[in-house]
Design a protein around this ligand. Structure first.
Ligand code: TMP
Length: 203
């Protein structure tokens, strides 16, 4: 594996992925390692514009429109990622597994269609490692309730998030060597150490 891998953080709302990605980026800064960090949807300028459109509480798009908007946001990140592959570590807060988990396992859009569109966009962009953060629905709800601003995708029912998380776990089980499941119901500092130890072995 390249010493500048592509590392993705996945998981449902409140699963702690954004917290951990921040800790990893602090660690890389301290080590003076070159890296880029993006989130999806978002990351680059155009992709952030699309993010605002998708997640805006006033938006009422149907699920197919959402799928195409998430992919549009991804499309705007492809050049940025390609430019940095092998040269800098690439940290991504959500990537193609989120589309499979949310739009297929959560919303029922055809899996093959999503895979085809992802492959069309991403071609030679291969993820080296994924941290899948899981959380039980009660803790997820408690964490969401503490947020000041909830977006359009923070407001589904429990069953939806439960289906999405089951989808993520299926993806992790299919390719377990390239995934690490992080149980975010456990102590956050304990998880932080596990993640940083793995990061040290990856870079
Ligand atoms: P977050 O960045 O604050 O986690 O919110 C992004 C939301 O977008 C989250 O609810 C997951 C959702 N999402 C999809 O449904 N499909 C996707 O492909 C991506 C990248 C995100």
């Amino acid at each position: 594996m390249s010493k500048n891998p592509i590392i993705v953080f996945e998981g449902i709302e409140g699963s702690g992925k954004s917290y951990h990605i921040k800790k990893v980026s602090n660690f890389l800064k301290k080590k003076k390692r070159k890296f880029i960090q993006i989130r999806e949807p978002g990351g680059s300028k155009n992709s952030e514009r699309i993010r605002n459109l998708i997640l805006n509480n006033k938006s009422t798009f149907n699920k197919n429109t959402d799928l195409l908007l998430y992919l549009s946001a991804r499309s705007e990140n492809v050049e940025l990622i390609k430019k940095n592959i092998g040269k800098k570590i690439v940290l991504i807060d959500r990537f193609k597994d989120s589309t499979i988990a949310y739009q297929h396992y959560g919303m029922g859009i055809n899996l093959k269609l999503i895979a085809t569109l992802n492959n069309y966009l991403l071609k030679n962009i291969n993820i080296d490692f994924t941290f899948l953060n899981i959380v039980n629905i009660k803790n997820m709800k408690n964490r969401l309730m503490k947020r000041k601003n909830l977006n359009r995708y923070d407001k589904f029912d429990n069953k939806f998030y439960s289906n999405v998380q089951k989808g993520f776990i299926k993806l992790q089980k299919k390719n377990s060597k390239k995934y690490m499941k992080i149980d975010s119901n456990l102590d956050i500092e304990y998880n932080e150490k596990i993640i940083l130890d793995k990061i040290k072995s990856l870079i």
